[in-house]
Design a binder for this molecule. Structure first.
Ligand code: FEO
Length: 179
């Protein structure tokens, strides 16, 4: 049995992850409209990863016999100044997500909630990977430039990303599921 405070913070995190999916979907749409189809694909792959993150929390609450409380998802920006702007905002957002994951880990430690502490470790590790990927792409964008042949090559490279996570949640998400 997990505490009310833990149920509340995990429900809030489901919303954070759903907003992440929404944000990357918005970036994907804007990248498409700018002719950046590789960026659009990269962000849509990320959308799937965020949905997995959200559903993994959702199933954890159900496994714990706790109540899922789905809350309003705020509207993401409609347009972005450039590909570089998208990744600057992505990295900034992922740093926020890392902070919110750490708050869950802190609460689990404080409450000696070993189950949640073990569960949240997957996200702690995942956030290292996410921030690293975003930082690397941002570095490449700074090197290649935000226009012209450099951007064209980077668009092709990002378009090679494929979905590797579970995308069918109809039978639940196992506690061990991961990206
Ligand atoms: Fe679910 Fe990108 O953090």
């Amino acid at each position: 049995m997990i505490s009310k405070a833990m149920v509340d913070i995990i429900n809030k995190q489901i919303n954070n992850e759903m907003y992440s999916a929404y944000l990357y979907m918005a970036m994907s749409a804007d990248a498409s409209s700018k002719g950046l189809n590789g960026f659009a694909k990269w962000f849509m792959v990320q959308y799937h990863e965020e949905m997995l993150h959200a559903l993994k929390f959702y199933n954890y609450l159900l496994d714990q016999g706790a109540e899922v409380h789905l809350q309003t998802i705020k509207e993401p920006p409609k347009t972005f100044a450039s590909a570089r702007d998208m990744f600057e905002k992505t990295l900034e957002h992922e740093r926020f997500v890392t902070k919110s994951i750490n708050e869950i880990a802190d609460l689990a430690q404080k409450e000696q909630d070993h189950a949640t502490y073990t569960f949240i470790q997957w996200y702690v590790t995942e956030q290292i990977e996410e921030e690293k990927n975003d930082t690397e792409i941002l570095q490449r964008l700074k090197l290649a430039g935000d226009t012209g042949p450099g951007l064209f090559m980077l668009d092709a490279a990002l378009g090679a990303r494929t979905v590797t996570v579970q995308t069918d949640f109809s039978a639940g998400v196992p506690i061990t599921a991961g990206a």
